[in-house]
Design a binder for this molecule. Structure first.
Ligand SMILES: *Cc1c(COP(=O)(O)O)cnc(C)c1O
Length: 421
């Protein structure tokens, strides 16, 4: 039981993951609790960026597509991401953005259902899903309608508990984010996938807040498609390319509409007709941002020194401690936990609402505790066991308590909104 800061220092001293923090460049005086939005920088990424720009590009020029492995990067990095999400070799590519990858897998899933179960026209998701997922589904169904395949609709549930009643013989695809971006609620991937399959629908998982945050077993759960980010818990750098998973059993049969030359069976044959690659490569589109993609490996290098089981254990210890300390030390202030208390049902983040959540978060950031704010009233704190310490949890709560006691958040500058809030 943690009652003093010294207890946290003791936990840090005996933490087997503690040395990994050394591999991150973290600014002095900052407690970074936003690795779920933009992961911290692996120290090695600076030298890697220099190498890519000055050697591979500057010296080797176009020869680097082969000699430096640029062309193979989506697959070589994909195989490394695969180990973190329960995927096999040649089932994952790192490419494009999460939004674009969702479009590709959703289109492939709808095409599959159009062939196997043409009466099914409903996509089920959550109303509070990360908006881009809903927007992309909307854009795809509108496009299908414009080109003569009308009738696809989105059916949105308001709570995970409503999923069962939303499933019927109209449902083609269920598209869920495994760890909810606002609440941190974690779905039971195997149970939900089985339930969705029982109803004859396909399961698409968004792993944006799962990859590198919680153990994931896509093949164990028999899921159908998955996508996710590398710039959040995987520490790939701002806007680093996303990933996409298609199991072996679905490769070869299905196509996606962004049929660019990188997805062609023989891209350098330069043939006029498109013939999809026989494997997961068919989910590629075109030339990738190699400088950014090259940095993804630096984050993965650090994951390869530990295990998701060890990370999960520390993650739950950190999130439980944070919940506990906020609720005891800041008792009496209008903070409401919206993250599941059951450790088995939460990811690696904790969210509290506060009526002045926006201003409180801006004040926290000014004091060096960087979390983020999400509408409505949500203060979100991400815990990344690779570099977050127990003492950081204690100190963050101390600063929060001080701001609440002194109403230090109640200043004009903390109410101003920026372009990214
Ligand atoms: C962060 C996030 C995204 C981001 O998509 P981009 O295309 O990278 O902007 C998508 N979906 C979910 C659920 C996310 O949390």
């Amino acid at each position: 039981m943690v009652q003093h800061r010294e207890d946290c220092l003791r936990l840090d001293a005996s933490d087997p993951l503690a040395p990994l923090r050394e591999q991150f460049a973290l600014p002095e005086g900052v407690i970074y609790l936003d690795g779920n939005s933009l992961g911290a920088r692996p120290k090695a990424s600076l030298a890697r960026a220099q190498q890519v720009v000055s050697q591979e590009w500057g010296e080797q020029l176009i020869r680097s597509w082969n000699d430096a492995g640029w062309f193979a990067l989506p697959r070589t990095l994909g195989n490394r991401v695969a180990r973190l999400i329960g995927a096999a070799d040649d089932e994952v590519v790192v490419t494009d953005s999460t939004s674009i990858n969702l479009f590709k897998v959703l289109a492939a899933a709808l095409r599959q259902q159009q062939q196997d179960a043409p009466g099914r026209r409903v996509i089920v998701s959550e109303r509070s899903n990360f908006p881009t997922d809903l927007y992309m589904a909307e854009g795809l169904t509108r496009l299908l309608g414009d080109f003569g395949s009308a009738g696809w609709t989105l059916r949105l549930i308001d709570d995970p508990a409503q999923l069962a009643s939303a499933l019927d013989d109209q449902v083609a695809v269920v598209m869920l984010t495994h760890v909810h971006y606002q609440t941190g609620h974690l779905y039971d991937m195997a149970a939900v996938t089985a339930q969705v399959h029982q109803h004859g629908a396909l399961m698409v998982w968004d792993l944006a807040h799962s990859a590198g945050a919680v153990p994931v077993d896509l093949n164990g759960a028999n899921a159908d498609y998955a996508i996710g980010c590398t710039y959040k818990y995987l520490n790939g750098g701002p806007g680093s390319p996303a990933f996409l998973w298609v199991p072996k059993r679905l490769q070869g049969r299905f196509e996606q509409p962004l049929s660019g030359w990188w997805g062609h069976a023989r891209p350098f044959a330069m043939e006029p007709g498109y013939q999809p690659s026989g494997d997961v490569g068919r989910f590629l589109c075109g030339t990738q941002g190699i400088v950014s993609m090259s940095l993804v490996g630096c984050g993965l290098d650090i994951f390869e020194q530990t295990s998701m089981a060890a990370l999960r254990q520390k993650s739950l210890a950190l999130t439980s401690l944070f919940i506990n300390l906020v609720e005891t030390r800041c008792a009496g202030y209008p903070l409401q936990l919206i993250t599941p208390r059951d450790p088995a049902r939460r990811g690696s983040q904790v969210s509290f609402t506060h009526p002045q959540g926006f201003a409180v978060m801006q004040a926290l950031i000014e004091r060096g505790v960087i979390g983020d704010y999400r509408e409505p009233q949500i203060m979100r704190f991400g815990f990344t066991p690779l570099y977050t310490r127990y003492q950081d949890v204690w100190d963050a709560v101390s600063i929060l308590l001080d701001l609440l006691q002194t109403e230090g958040w109640n200043q004009e500058r903390f109410h101003r909104r920026g372009a990214v809030t």
